[in-house]
Write a protein that binds this ligand. Structure first.
Ligand SMILES: Nc1nc2c(c(=O)[nH]1)N[C@H]1C(S)=C(S)[C@@H](COP(=O)(O)O)O[C@H]1N2
Ligand SMILES: [Mo]
Length: 393
């Protein structure tokens, strides 16, 4: 390999891209683990029902930083590409370990970004495998990043220090400042037209990556931030569903059309040793409340709507006067989305409704008719549609 491949400028570029990538991965990791804990809470975990928009923000950030990481990772790979083929391939045990950690890092990161992206596109060639693997692999990515950063720390520090020493003179195109940035073995003598061409194209790659990451951020944010919605070209479900709200699985796909429209439909509220059974008309005759709450899907899209229905706490009080620790929503549907456990704090929150209407109209069949849960600050996947039963614990 020529000395040019590790010129200081290259190392600065690699370091900066690496830092941006690391930041995206860090945000992605923290928000992802959070989302996982909300859906599968460990004993010590507590998640508030307010502010109502919190999950919308954390999960939006998860998907935005995940999408931004894709061009950054590609640029990082292009910039370090020649090094991947450096000889010796194996070398010393330390070098072997370093290369192995990079291989694991790259593979695991690509896996995360690809499976995450497929998931936002609602394409699960792997269904159950997805959440568990995406979750487990997150630790692999973060672990291998820690090893990678530890190994590269001297290079990273040098590159950042050199950048600082250059001060305001920031134009990568400008003449290299002699004593300040050039090091022995640096590739000034390599500034042949060939070398220059390579640098230019590398610069193009890096700039394109920054631009692509910016565009990715904006179009992904469009799924959540209403003024940007028209830009949400990457958002599979930003288009309008019935009643101005996206649908991720229709009544037809869930196979509940018959059960949901059956006049014999009843909502069962099951408490300790007691059960109350309500028709749709009886539900509609209970005190109705209207709240504005977003649905924030784990896939990153979210949408605000105005919901009308019965307070969950009022229904729980029909079977349990002591105040619930939690309530389990059970859908008419079977399978992955059939059940969701609502924590006690959310059950007691007056904004948590069993909704019968959205945006001023009776719930569309696709939005959960006859009734569905809508709770503040919970992932969309927990907002169970087509409720059959509420179990109070
Ligand atoms: N029974 C049932 N409830 C469900 C789902 C489902 O497929 N079946 N999808 C969930 C997911 S992932 C989301 S994001 C929201 C979407 O609600 P919407 O389709 O009314 O927008 O419903 C949730 N509730
Ligand atoms: Mo969702």
């Amino acid at each position: 390999m020529t000395a040019a491949s590790s010129s200081l400028r290259d190392r600065r570029v690699t370091t900066h891209i690496g830092l941006a990538l690391g930041l995206c991965v860090a945000v992605c990791f923290v928000t992802g683990i959070l989302s996982h804990w909300i859906q599968h809470p460990p004993d010590w975990f507590w998640w508030p029902s307010r502010p109502v928009w919190l999950y919308r923000v954390t999960q939006g950030a998860h998907v935005i930083t995940g999408v931004m990481a894709i061009p950054l990772l590609l640029a990082k790979l292009v910039v370090v590409y020649p090094k991947l083929f450096e000889r010796p391939v194996i070398g010393s045990p330390a070098r072997l370990l370093e290369r192995l950690s990079i291989a694991v890092l790259v593979a695991a990161t690509i896996f995360q970004l690809v499976t995450g992206l497929f998931n936002t596109a609602h394409w699960y060639p792997w269904t159950f495998f997805f959440t568990t693997t995406h979750h487990a692999m997150a630790y692999v990515v973060v672990g291998s990043i820690v090893v990678h950063v530890a190994v590269k720390l001297p290079i990273i520090r040098d590159a950042l220090d050199a950048g600082r020493r250059r001060g305001g003179e920031q134009d990568e195109r400008g003449p290299v400042h002699p004593g300040a940035v050039r090091e022995e073995g640096d590739a000034d003598d390599g500034a042949t037209p060939d070398h220059e061409r390579r640098l230019v194209s590398r610069r193009t790659v890096v700039r394109s990556a920054w631009a692509a990451a910016g565009v990715a951020a904006v179009v992904t944010a469009g799924q959540t931030v209403t003024p940007l919605r028209r830009l949400a070209v990457l958002a599979p479900r930003s288009g309008d569903g019935p009643q101005g709200l996206p649908v991720n699985r229709t009544a037809d796909q869930a196979g509940i059309v018959e059960a949901a429209t059956d006049p014999a439909y009843r909502l069962r509220i099951v408490g300790p040793g007691i059960e109350r059974v309500l028709t749709h008309a009886e539900l509609a005759a209970l005190p109705q409340h209207t709240v504005a709450l977003p649905i924030a899907c784990v896939e990153g899209w979210s949408a605000e709507a105005t919901w009308t229905g019965v307070r969950l706490s009022d229904l729980v009080a029909l079977v349990d006067r002591s105040g619930a620790n939690g309530a389990r929503m059970v859908s008419l549907e079977r399978g992955a989305y059939a059940v969701s456990d609502v924590p006690g704090g959310h059950v007691r929150d007056p904004k948590t409704l069993i909704a019968l209407a959205v945006n001023g109209q009776r719930l569309d069949l696709d939005h959960g008719y006859p009734c569905r849960l809508i709770a503040p600050n919970l992932p969309g996947v927990m907002q169970t549609k087509w409720l059959a039963r509420i179990e109070v614990s």
